[in-house]
Design a protein around this ligand. Structure first.
Ligand code: ADP
Ligand code: ADP
Ligand code: ZN
Length: 212
């Protein structure tokens, strides 16, 4: 099964993808995490991507699509995956459709998590991430047991550079799922809309229902 998670920055895509991966064993693929890994390792791709990420802009399709197609060509993605942060536009969606069609598969569900803007700002400004395992936290909504330490692995928590208010504004302007992307999946009959303004548990429940 191939699932796409759609939603604005801060909607809860990463958090829910981690929870659903833990509950179902489905592979979680996050293009944001992949880019951050490249930035951390200071690869050529990381240096290029960071120029866009630090401004709250999308990394160009050419490099993003190439990276994603390479990722899904690996064996662990043959049986299915849950995409978090990809596709961000119709060109990316078409590239994914073609790659899946070539192996007799398709996007089975596109789950759109909706959350109003004011709440997104609060979620992004309180987001903390484990430097070691990538687990997501929120300083008020989903805090770790010990401040600054990951419950899962004991790693150090950090805040993303692009979660600073100036960059958040740009991301919220430029990175909401565009109407034609939502329409792409609606017309294919695979779109389901989920109310993201609920507890973590309630959102997980609705998402799991939608992929049953
Ligand atoms: P968010 O908190 O918005 O879910 P992500 O972790 O998904 O953020 O993405 C972080 C940054 O990585 C984005 O601001 C963008 O610069 C880049 N990025 C991630 N996925 C894509 C994509 N599919 N296309 C282009 N750029 C992307
Ligand atoms: P996205 O991947 O869509 O950018 P994240 O999953 O990183 O979003 O979530 C953004 C922040 O909001 C994180 O700090 C997370 O802990 C918090 N969060 C996610 N879902 C909820 C929710 N349902 N209620 C409250 N806070 C949430
Ligand atoms: Zn951790």
């Amino acid at each position: 099964m191939y699932i796409v998670l759609l939603g604005p920055p801060g909607a809860g895509k990463g958090t829910q993808a981690q929870r659903i991966a833990a509950a179902t064993g489905l592979l979680h693929i996050s293009t944001g995490d992949m880019f951050r890994e490249h930035v951390k390792n200071n690869t050529e791709l990381g240096q290029l991507a960071n120029q866009y990420m630090s401004r709250g802009e999308l990394v160009p399709d050419e490099v993003t699509i190439k990276m994603l197609l390479e990722r899904i060509s690996r064996d662990d993605a043959k049986a299915g995956a849950m995409f978090d942060g990809f596709p961000r536009n119709v060109a990316q969606a078409r590239a994914l459709d073609e790659a899946l069609a070539a192996r007799g598969a398709r996007v089975d569900r596109a789950l759109l998590i909706s959350v109003p803007d004011e709440e997104l700002v609060a979620r992004l400004s309180g987001r903390w991430i484990c430097r070691n395992c990538g687990r997501l936290y929120h300083e008020r909504n989903d805090p770790p047991a010990a401040p600054g330490r990951c419950d899962a692995c004991g790693g150090e928590l950090y805040q993303r550079d692009d979660d600073r208010p100036e960059v958040v504004r740009s991301r919220l302007e430029k990175q909401k799922p565009p109407a034609d992307l939502i329409e792409h999946y609606r017309s294919a009959g695979v779109l389901r809309e989920i109310n993201g303004l609920q507890s973590l548990e309630a959102v997980t429940h609705d998402l799991l229902e939608a992929i049953k």
